[in-house]
Design a protein around this ligand. Structure first.
Ligand code: IPE
Length: 266
């Protein structure tokens, strides 16, 4: 059987209440875990890496301390530690939910093993992540603080993590689950959903494709789509899908090949 590696992001807007600091959406996380367990049981060809955002956990202290822009003073390093703590708290909630449903999840925090330069991951020995996948485990990565060669410290988003891991793990698909149906052509009116985005169509977009009323230190939808487009251009055949993961069963449907939301491809 041919194995298929998939990187799945559970967005911070999906798994946390972004209007309430440090608030996880436990029921939804548990439901997603149970959907994932069923899919992995039925589709043994899928090798899954779960990534998750930080939502109202990491973004709030990250914005207070300006952590993404660099970490120098003692106060900023205390802020770095606070963001780390918040991000890893949410990670524990996600990993606990996955394990509760029998998914053999193992966390790989970027802060512990990667090194960045100017906000981009530069080094990370991914041998252990590959070994976890080969042995049927489900690696869990997340948006996290990182030590950074030029900025002292910084923050990487889950998409930044995927950009680093993808050339090594060679996924056929990257799935990004949030609370929007996909990418809107006319945010905030949200009447016209983009079915596909290619580098060419992205350049032609005249209005901003999203905005966020909540604190988002890693750039929001537009930055993340641009980053995913670049990745799709560098990895032949890679398909990236941005969709709404809040409806029961939606994540399983997309994992099993249903075309929900917006497809980003080269
Ligand atoms: C943010 O990661 C990381 C921190 C603020 C610590 P993401 O950019 O992946 O998170 P969301 O999806 O926007 O919440």
């Amino acid at each position: 059987m041919t194995q298929e590696t998939i990187l799945l992001k559970l967005g911070g807007s999906l798994i946390t209440d972004k209007s309430q600091p440090g608030t996880a959406r436990y029921e939804l996380i548990e439901r997603i875990a149970s959907d994932l367990a069923t899919t992995l049981y039925n589709r043994t060809e899928i090798r899954l890496v779960v990534g998750h955002g930080s939502g109202s956990f990491g973004h709030i202290p990250a914005s207070v301390f300006g952590t993404r822009l660099g970490v120098r003073s003692q106060e900023e390093w205390l802020g770095f530690s606070t963001v780390w703590h918040q991000a890893s708290k949410l990670n524990r909630i996600v990993v606990d939910a996955l394990r509760h449903d029998g998914i053999p999840a193992v966390a790989f925090p970027p802060s512990a093993a990667s090194l960045a330069n100017n906000g981009k991951i530069e080094k990370w020995d991914t041998t252990s992540i590959k070994s976890a996948l080969e042995n049927g485990l489900v690696p869990v990565v997340f948006g996290d603080v990182v030590f950074d060669r030029s900025l002292g410290g910084s923050i990487v988003s889950t998409e930044d993590v995927f950009v680093f891991l993808a050339p090594d793990l060679q996924p056929s698909r990257i799935l990004i689950a949030g609370i929007e149906e996909g990418v809107w052509e006319d945010y905030p009116a949200c009447t016209s959903l983009l079915k596909t985005i290619t580098p060419k169509s992205f350049k032609k977009l005249t209005s901003p494709i999203s905005g966020s009323v909540h604190t988002d230190v890693t750039g929001g939808m537009e930055t993340k789509v641009a980053e995913m487009l670049q990745l799709a251009q560098s990895l032949h055949g890679l398909q990236i899908r941005i969709f709404n993961g809040s409806r029961p069963g939606a994540i399983s449907e997309v994992l099993e090949g249903k075309n929900l939301g917006t497809l980003v491809h080269a």
